[in-house]
Design a protein around this ligand. Structure first.
Ligand code: GCO
Length: 431
């Protein structure tokens, strides 16, 4: 059955940050630091989903969606290392309601809201966090695996490493640049250990959600081609190669030919067989040779011009998704498991969001056009307008508008369009 879903994340929608035993995450700390989030917005209330989840589940069912990707808040479930029954209970009730409506629950076990207590011990720079992650996953799986058969371990470990530990634009706000590379490895090690814990609980579909992008060289000069290859290595291959083929790409260009954070046996642990690869796609990336100022990076970004842009300024390039899917098949061949588009969406204002309809229509057509790629799910980011990280509530990605003063939900034109498409399309996308 093809999964037609929407995607959300705990810190971006739940609110109730100090309710029922939840302890602070790094995003609670970060969003309360002055200057971190536009206009000082925080996730303290967000969409109040912690209390309004029945209404939100009803909206999914009304749209005819048959899947829902959400994330489990580690600090709600296992605050300071002890199981919190009230925190687990929230996800228990949510999963029951989804199952009653015939909606497949697809939990992501880590969508960036690391318990602050673990960050105080080094966070993902600390190898031991990998083991702690697997222990937390085992607790969640023990409670939900009788009803949950499809799991996502991590959300976008690339973005969490770069924005959270490299550039400081996201929690925990570290500015380590390339010294953040161990964060990639420890997240992936946690992924491998978590897959083992999920298999032990009887999981049927296990995957990771990687943010992937087609990398376009600014020109066909050797310098720009080399820079594009270097960026493809950092953004895409650093996170797909280990989980799919059990090896890291050559990191010499980043000064790490033999990364000292990799221990014997780690890559075998990371390369646990997967039942799917989650792909989060937004747009292509254009890359040029390094800039004038020596920041140690073997590339610099160049604008993707000639395309419409979203309210967030991101280029709208639906065919980039077809290109990405076919490039993954070409690169990994039979090592590529079935693909689930676990995030695709755009930021636009207004209820009559015709631009979002055009965006979704184009990207779904791109999935259909991808040759030789087995795509088994498509999740729109997002069900609801929500807390868009450093942008706060200024970027609206929802199929459903949220008035953050009143918490009133209003389905947008795109919600009705998707409902009609699913009703007409039936359970497949590539037919
Ligand atoms: C991401 C995250 C989402 C974002 C969405 C829009 O990809 O950054 O998974 O949490 O909100 O992608 O930026």
């Amino acid at each position: 059955m093809f999964l037609w879903g929407t995607a959300t994340a705990s810190y971006q929608i739940e609110g109730a940050v100090d309710e029922d035993g939840r302890e602070p995450s790094i995003w609670d700390t970060f969003s309360h630091e002055p200057g971190r989030i536009r206009d000082g917005h925080t996730g303290d209330v967000a969409c109040d989903h912690y209390h309004r989840w029945p209404e939100d589940v009803a909206l999914m069912a009304e749209a005819g969606l048959n899947a829902y990707r959400f994330s489990v808040a580690w600090p709600r479930v296992l605050p300071s290392g002890t199981v919190n029954p009230a925190g687990l209970g929230f996800y228990d009730r949510l999963v029951d309601a989804l199952c009653e409506k015939g909606i497949v629950p697809v939990p992501t076990l880590f969508h960036w809201d690391l318990p602050q207590a673990l960050e105080d011990e080094g966070g993902w720079l600390n190898r031991d966090t990998s083991r702690r992650f697997a222990d937390y996953v085992a607790v969640v799986a023990e409670r939900l695996s009788d009803r949950v058969k499809t799991w996502i371990t991590l959300n976008e470990p690339f973005v969490h490493m770069v924005y959270g530990y490299g550039l400081g634009m996201h929690a925990p706000g570290r500015t380590l640049l390339l010294d953040a590379l161990p964060v990639a490895h420890h997240q992936l090690l946690g992924h491998g250990l978590a897959v083992q814990a999920l298999r032990a609980s009887g999981a049927e579909r296990v995957m990771i959600s990687n943010n992937c992008t087609p990398v376009w060289p600014a020109s066909d000069s050797p310098e720009d081609l080399a820079a594009a290859e270097a960026y493809d290595t950092l953004h895409n291959r650093l996170f797909n190669d280990p989980v799919l083929i059990g090896a890291y790409p050559d990191l010499t260009v980043y000064g790490r030919p033999e990364p000292d954070f990799v221990r014997t046996g780690d890559l075998e642990t990371i390369a646990q067989p997967l039942d799917g690869l989650g792909i989060n796609y937004y747009n292509p990336t254009r890359i040029a040779r390094p800039g004038a100022e020596p920041d140690g990076l073997p590339f610099q970004f160049a604008a993707v011009t000639g395309y419409p842009t979203t309210a967030f300024g991101w280029p709208v390039v639906p065919d980039g998704l077809r290109e990405l899917l076919e490039s993954l098949r070409a690169r990994y061949g039979t090592a590529l498991p079935p693909i689930y588009i676990t995030e695709n969406g755009c930021s636009y204002d207004g209820i009559d969001d015709q631009e979002r309809i055009a965006y979704l229509d184009g990207h779904i057509a791109a999935v259909r056009a991808a040759r030789g790629v087995d795509v088994r799910g498509y999740f729109v980011w997002s069900l609801l307008d929500n807390f868009e990280w450093a942008e706060g509530y200024h970027q609206r990605f929802g199929l459903v508008h949220v008035d953050f003063e009143t918490q009133k939900r209003t389905p947008k034109a795109s919600y009705r369009w998707l409902k009609n498409l699913i009703a007409k399309q039936g359970p497949e996308i590539q037919s």
